[in-house]
Design a protein around this ligand. Structure first.
Ligand code: COA
Length: 346
């Protein structure tokens, strides 16, 4: 069934379960205080407006290094080998190279020789979009085991002289191994997009330049386009993104609950994209559930975009918080503007 702006998935085919999580985090930890040497900011402003206390920034690590670490950890927890993977999807905005893409480089690095590999671009919702894609391959019988990775080296697309963005982000990767299962796993995923609001979070692509275009400009003057110029770094209208998140995320959660027949209280944990503490508490208030059910680790990592949800799940798993049978709602949201949420049974 397809409705405007939102994709609902048919739940009547094979069950699909997440059977392993893993993370790859850069070594270098950067405190809020360290950023005061780069821009006019302070620890108190960053903590009170965002909840972030530190982030990890890649120095000698590539995206492939971080994704490899995450993938190997996830494969180990899943108890399968890289050769058993039929599919590798990397959700990223920041591949090491445009060609080969991040998933091909990861395939080479982990030896997933039997997997079809591709990248997926859906910004901070990328992990959820990739998870749903893998789920559909498995449900449709086109794959048995899939590796889904959300990974970013955002530090390379951030303007380190812009205090309104550089304090927010961090680098990292998170991975999940997804498999066909006899028991319930991923019960539902709801995805959505509002492209009309895309200018709220932008990153310019390589400018178009070819001899024919130059000739056209010589003969006709500058080309008028309706594409806004964002500069070569991430630019953001923070308040627009904030308003978008606190509207769309609760809607997404309610849609998942409606589709699956559960109530807000039935859910053991809400694992949302780790963008801002105020967004998380606002969402908790809007859906009327105790904030204790919201997992928070943005204080440690900042906003790691597509990596934030799987990194949070790894931490929860390591702390023994995720018990078999628990119900967890995950939601990613961000650039596009996009959002994607799902309900999984652990
Ligand atoms: N340190 C100190 N001051 C800063 C600052 C920083 N790092 N960044 C901005 N400021 C200043 C601004 O210049 C402004 O000063 P002014 O009042 O003199 O003009 C003031 O703080 C308030 O800025 P504003 O942008 O209105 O703050 P805000 O309360 O909206 O908080 C965000 C900014 C970015 C933290 C907030 O809008 C937000 O979290 N939005 C969502 C962003 C997000 O999650 N994006 C990723 C989604 S995937």
């Amino acid at each position: 069934m397809i409705e405007r702006g939102t994709i609902f998935c048919d739940n009547n085919m094979a069950e699909v379960k997440i059977i392993g999580f893993g993370e790859g985090i850069p070594k270098r930890c950067v405190s809020n205080d360290a950023l005061t040497t780069l821009v006019d900011t302070n620890d108190e402003w960053i903590r009170s407006r965002t909840g972030i206390q530190q982030r990890y920034i890649a120095t000698d690590e590539t995206l492939t290094d971080l994704c490899t670490q995450a993938a190997q950890n996830a494969l180990e927890q899943a108890g399968i080998t890289a050769e058993q993977l039929d599919l590798v999807i990397v959700a990223t905005l920041t591949p090491d190279l445009a060609l080969p893409n991040a998933s091909c480089m990861l395939q080479k690095s982990i030896g997933a020789v039997n997997a079809a590999c591709f990248d997926l671009s859906a910004a901070c919702s990328g992990f959820m979009y990739a998870l749903n894609t893998a789920r559909m391959y498995i449900k449709g019988g086109a794959a048995k085991y899939a590796l889904v990775v959300g990974g970013e080296i955002l530090s390379k697309i951030i303007d380190w002289t812009d205090r309104s963005t550089c304090v927010l982000f961090g680098d990292g990767a998170g991975a999940a191994v997804v498999a066909k299962s006899d028991e319930p796993g991923i019960l539902d995923i709801v995805l959505g997009t509002d492209g009309a609001k895309g200018e709220a979070l932008m990153l310019e692509e390589r400018p178009s330049d070819n001899p024919f275009r130059r000739q056209y400009i010589e003969e006709n003057g500058a080309i008028e386009t309706n594409l806004p110029s964002a500069g070569s770094f991430v630019s953001m209208n923070g308040q627009e993104v904030f308003k978008f998140a606190v509207k769309r995320v609760p809607e997404c959660i309610f849609k998942i609950l409606e589709n699956t027949g559960y109530s807000v209280e039935d859910i053991d944990y809400y694992v949302l994209h780790q963008a801002n503490l105020r967004i998380l508490s606002c969402v908790a208030k809007k859906i009327g559930v105790s904030y204790d059910k919201f997992y928070v680790n943005l204080d440690k990592y900042g906003n790691t975009s597509a990596a934030s949800v799987p990194i949070a799940l790894v931490e929860m798993s390591k702390k023994g918080m995720l018990k078999k049978g628990m119900k967890v709602i995950m939601v990613g949201f961000g650039g596009g503007l996009t959002w994607g949420g799902g309900l999984v049974i652990i």
